[in-house]
Unconditional design. Structure first.
Length: 290
């Protein structure tokens, strides 16, 4: 369906960005959310959930590489990985590139998101959903981790913003369950919004994660279509030493893994933990009460 009108993103009530919709590929109100996938000359195929851009064909690699390779290369040898959300398959694609990975469990609340992304954004997953190491579970993320008896080396929460179906993935209950699902040397990371526009998300996450983990911080990357400045990613582990490996050692580790990237590298990994002062000040001002 051809469409030359502009579509305005509605994440912020008083400011946003507009996309020219060249063609609507798919639009549907699922059981959980409104999904639309369309073509745009600048960004290629774009997916929106409830009026908020989730991913685009052109710049997805930045987000997915940083969400994946920072924790995966920080861990000594990640074998078992849990992905919560991430229905477009980009995180799964990057996780499976690591030769140490033996099993990946992906929990997605909405099967329709997976189905539509495989059809309209096939390069995001690049066949990852068919990998025999992958177990797809259609369930609410909080429900899954609350009942899960397994433990994982790395857990990646690739959720929407803390509104609607994604809201429960930013709660103390969720983080407490995550702690029980992680090995002692495990690493948890999560999408945490654009810090300049959503600073309250950073402080709330820090306050709620801190009772569960010895080391809670954030790292960052600039993703063009996530407007408003740098995107922050929550980081939590029990070992403060593992988040920033030696650059030379990390470069060798990346080379040995044979993983080709377009954004992530050893220097970016180390530098991503350097946060603007306004973020550090906000974090320092928080307590640890939920």
């Amino acid at each position: 369906m051809k469409n030359t009108q502009a579509l305005i993103e509605s994440l912020y009530p008083t400011w946003g960005q507009a996309y020219q919709v060249d063609e609507v590929l798919f639009e549907h109100q699922t059981e959980h959310q409104h999904l639309v996938i369309f073509n745009n000359q600048q960004w290629g195929t774009v997916m929106m959930l409830d009026g908020v851009v989730q991913t685009t064909e052109k710049d997805e690699f930045i987000y997915h590489e940083m969400m994946t390779h920072v924790p995966m290369f920080s861990h000594a040898k990640p074998k078992r990985v849990l992905i919560i959300g991430g229905g477009d398959g980009g995180i799964l694609r990057e996780v499976l590139k690591h030769p140490s990975v033996e099993q990946v469990t992906q929990v997605e609340i909405d099967q329709a998101v997976i189905d539509m992304c495989v059809k309209y954004l096939p390069n995001h997953s690049a066949g990852a959903f068919d990998d025999p190491r992958v177990n797809i579970v259609i369930d609410d993320g909080v429900n899954f981790v609350s009942q899960c008896a397994e433990q994982f080396d790395v857990i990646i929460s690739d959720s929407t913003d803390p509104i609607g179906p994604g809201e429960s993935l930013f709660t103390s209950k969720f983080y407490q369950a995550i702690q029980s699902c992680l090995h002692q040397e495990g690493i948890f990371v999560a999408q945490n919004g654009v810090s300049f526009m959503q600073l309250d998300e950073v402080t709330t996450t820090h306050r709620r994660l801190s009772p569960c983990f010895n080391d809670v911080t954030f790292y960052a990357a600039a993703v063009p279509t996530y407007v408003g400045g740098i995107m922050t990613f929550a980081w939590a582990s029990q070992n403060p030493k593992i988040k920033q490996p030696d650059v030379a050692e990390l470069q060798q580790k990346i080379k040995q893994a044979g993983i080709q990237t377009k954004y992530y590298n050893a220097a970016i990994h180390q530098a991503s933990f350097a946060l603007p002062q306004y973020v550090m000040t906000a974090i320092d001002s928080t307590g640890t009460q939920s």
